[in-house]
Design a protein around this ligand. Sequence first.
Ligand SMILES: [Zn+2]
Length: 91
Amino acid sequence: MEQSSEESIRDLIRKRLASGQLRSTDGMIVNARIDNGACSACELEIEHGESATLGYLYRDSVYHGFHARCVVLWEEERRPGSSCHADHANQ
Ligand SMILES: [Zn+2]
């Protein structure tokens, strides 16, 4: 199986941020739950061999696990400055 391209992962992340499946706020970084299954960003299975896997735990006990590469993309996409559209700033 081919790896997803970075652009397609970014696209997924944007859609998931828009739909609320991914959050734009920081959770608490925790040890990844390897047996938790799929990555919250790219939806691919997180293999046991992937040592650099990160988990985020939110105040309401929601857990999201990510591949290390997907965390980087998520952090870029959730920053307002990374997109081109200019919303009305309220500050
Ligand atoms: Zn992933």
